[in-house]
Design a protein around this ligand. Structure first.
Ligand code: FAD
Ligand code: DLZ
Ligand code: SF4
Length: 510
């Protein structure tokens, strides 16, 4: 018989494994402590993954496949993939073990040990999910020094023939419409409400509590609002295409105290656990754009395709090209712990209170909240990238290391010194004020750099540039900042830096 392992983020019912029902194949899914405990996950993340795994096992069973499912409290559960597999190999006459390529380096290494541990053939197959191979960075950039997202993205636009005209050129004549996107919400603008599912997770929440698993965040009403099976994921995609795509690009970067998700798709969880395929997401949205050309501009669809065909695949390619060293990079040598309010949301800074509060209650924040609020602050404050990574890997429903670490350590913290991005994403209060309503009614004043109630982002911004001058000054995209800084009066500079120092000493009280 053949034993096939399905990981919690490999719930792809369209995988070729499942095209025929074979009596000589046993599938196994396992809820295990090695996965619940490698970081403190959000309770909603554990609940959503287990709900989705259980639904998937049931689906396989109903189609006639043989399935061995280990719940977390299953009496025979040895709490590790390896030990459970060995156990199953003793239970059944297993002649071969198969698994799909894992997306995490740690699990990849762990499963590579199977062959030695079992002494029978072990085969790794494709997960049939991604649009590019693990080693696509080397393929696309052979012989090139720079590994720019833009080049990578265009390569795959061409390869998959997406938004191209008959001559293979980008429809509309441009590859990139970023400049037309990224506006704040106009006054009184109300985005559509998000589509929420309602899955009760009482049993899993009880189990997690009973076993003493450390989690973060809350699960209001013990309910999961994300899709946990393919049918729901398709419904969410449909909802996005019909109701949100038309303004996706325009308001991609907008933040608001009342509208946590805005025009974002909330598809990342479904994509990352593979109940949706990236190409079907892209195709459905391109079809919608083609059918409503007067309502959906090219900049909306291009902006969306860029996220999935560009950023998502690119981040995975960087991950496999650079791990395991990537996880140790700390370009600025930052050492501070994250302030304690990252786990409670209890800060007077309105932007952080909202972005963190929402993350704790929904296990979700959109890209700009992650990048320009929580990530921005952690970088300005000089927090250790390990700390920052642990927080992001735990708190979001869609957080899996391949896409979390490249976004966090790379794009957000610039701890890779410029592999993912060309300059650090930092800003003063000005950006947050422009893109959100957070500053209205905040305890702090976004226009002040020092003095009582001066917004901490303003002084920390200059402190960051000042303390990292030797590392950043030569970057052509940054030089201008230093010209502005150098033009300031010495006394002004001192007041700003002193203000930043005093905030850094009282970080937990901000
Ligand atoms: P939308 O805005 O609707 O975008 C559509 C899809 O595009 C997303 O579902 C996602 O699959 C893809 N996408 C968009 N931006 C990115 C990106 N930068 N990298 C990869 N894919 C992208 N994304 C994760 O999936 N998991 C993570 O753990 C994660 N951690 C992040 C940490 C930080 C510090 C930052 C700045 C970003 C992180 N992202 C992560 C990327 C992005 O923020 C999320 O994919 C997005 O917010 C998910 O919400 P959505 O589905 O509504 O996305
Ligand atoms: C994130 C997660 C959690 C919390 N629990 C499990 C689990 O019990 N069993 C499982 O198979 N997968 C789980 N996962 C997802 C894995 O961590 C993920 O499959 C690996 O990190 C590979 O990407
Ligand atoms: Fe955030 Fe500063 Fe604006 Fe307050 S004033 S919301 S701390 S940017």
């Amino acid at each position: 018989m053949i034993l096939r392992l399905i990981l919690g983020d490999q719930l792809n019912i369209q995988h070729s494994w499942f095209t025929e029902v074979r009596s000589d194949v046993v599938y196994t899914l396992m809820e295990v402590r090695s996965e619940t405990d490698y970081v403190a996950h959000h309770i909603q993340k554990i609940a959503a993954i287990f709900l989705a795994m259980r639904a998937f096992a049931e689906k396989l069973g109903s189609k006639g496949h043989k399935v061995e499912y280990f719940t977390l409290d299953h009496p025979q559960n040895q709490q590790s993939f390896l030990k459970n597999i060995i156990q199953l190999c003793n239970k059944y006459p297993i002649k071969q073990v198969e698994y799909q390529e894992p997306d995490e380096y740690r699990v990849d290494k762990m499963l590579a040990e199977l062959k030695n541990a079992l002494g029978i053939p072990v085969k790794m197959v494709s997960s049939e999910h991604f649009l590019a191979d693990r080693n696509s960075l080397a393929e696309v950039f052979a012989g090139k020094k720079m590994h720019l997202l833009e080049t990578y993205y265009r390569h795959f636009r061409k390869k998959y023939n997406i938004l191209l005209d008959h001559n293979g050129q980008p429809i509309g004549g441009r590859w990139n419409y970023d400049a037309e996107n990224r506006q704040a919400y106009p006054k009184n603008h109300v985005p559509p409400a998000p589509l929420l599912f309602h899955h009760k997770a009482d049993e899993i929440v009880e189990l997690v509590k009973k076993l003493g698993i450390t989690t973060i965040g809350h699960i209001p009403g013990n309910e999961i609002h994300y899709p946990i099976n393919r049918q729901e994921a398709l419904e969410l995609l449909e909802y996005f295409a019909k109701n949100l795509l038309a303004w996706f690009g325009t308001f991609q970067d907008a933040m608001h105290t009342h509208y946590a998700t805005g025009y974002h798709s909330r598809l990342s969880f479904a994509l990352n656990i593979k109940i949706l395929h990236p190409l079907e997401v892209i195709s459905r949205c391109v079809d919608e754009w083609e059918s409503r050309p007067d309502e959906i501009s090219l900049s909306q669809i291009e902006g969306f395709v860029r996220q999935i065909l560009g950023w998502r695949e690119y981040m995975r390619a960087i991950y496999w090209a650079r791990m395991p060293e990537y996880a140790m990079l700390n370009f600025f040598n930052h050492t501070r712990p994250l302030p304690s309010w990252y786990w409670t949301g209890k800060t007077r800074m309105n932007c952080l209170r909202h972005a963190i509060g929402q993350s704790l209650s929904m296990a979700y924040a959109h890209h700009i909240q992650r990048l320009m609020v929580t990530g921005n602050f952690a970088l300005l404050a000089g927090c250790h990238p390990d700390e920052v990574d642990r927080w992001y890997l735990g708190i979001y429903i869609d957080a899996f290391e391949w896409v979390e670490i490249t976004n966090t350590r790379g794009m957000s913290q610039f701890a890779d010194g410029g592999i993912v991005g060309t300059k650090p994403y930092v800003s003063s209060a000005n950006y947050i004020r422009k893109m959100s309503n957070y500053c209205d009614g905040c305890y702090y004043n976004p226009k002040m750099r020092y003095g009582e109630r001066a917004c901490p982002f303003n002084s920390l911004f200059w402190h960051f540039y000042s303390r990292n001058r030797s590392l950043l000054e030569k970057n052509p995209r940054i030089g201008m900042m230093y010209q502005t800084w150098d033009k300031m009066e010495e006394s002004e500079k001192n007041k700003i830096l002193n203000q930043a120092e005093s905030y850094l000493h009282m970080m937990n009280e901000l």
